[in-house]
Write a new protein. Structure first.
Length: 75
């Protein structure tokens, strides 16, 4: 079960928000019955990129032995 303030991985591309599959965000709100989440995505320098409402299937917990990858975000 994913909880508030947990870091998660995006399962889908969201080009309208400049987000790609594999981007890491933080859950800021869990909707009732864990059917959806509000997830905040930030650049590594702390600048906000987007806060997006997502279905449970659109994100997943960070797995063991995964490594982050840096990329530039379109402005």
């Amino acid at each position: 079960m994913i909880r508030e303030l947990e870091r998660v991985v995006l399962n889908i591309d969201l080009p309208e928000h400049h987000l790609e599959r594999g981007d890491i965000g933080t859950v800021v709100l869990v909707h009732r019955n864990h059917a959806g989440y509000e997830v905040e995505f930030n650049a590594l320098d702390g600048e906000p990129v987007a806060v997006v409402s997502l279905h449970a299937s659109d994100i997943r917990p960070i797995g063991r032995h995964e490594i982050a990858h840096a990329r530039a975000v379109a402005s």
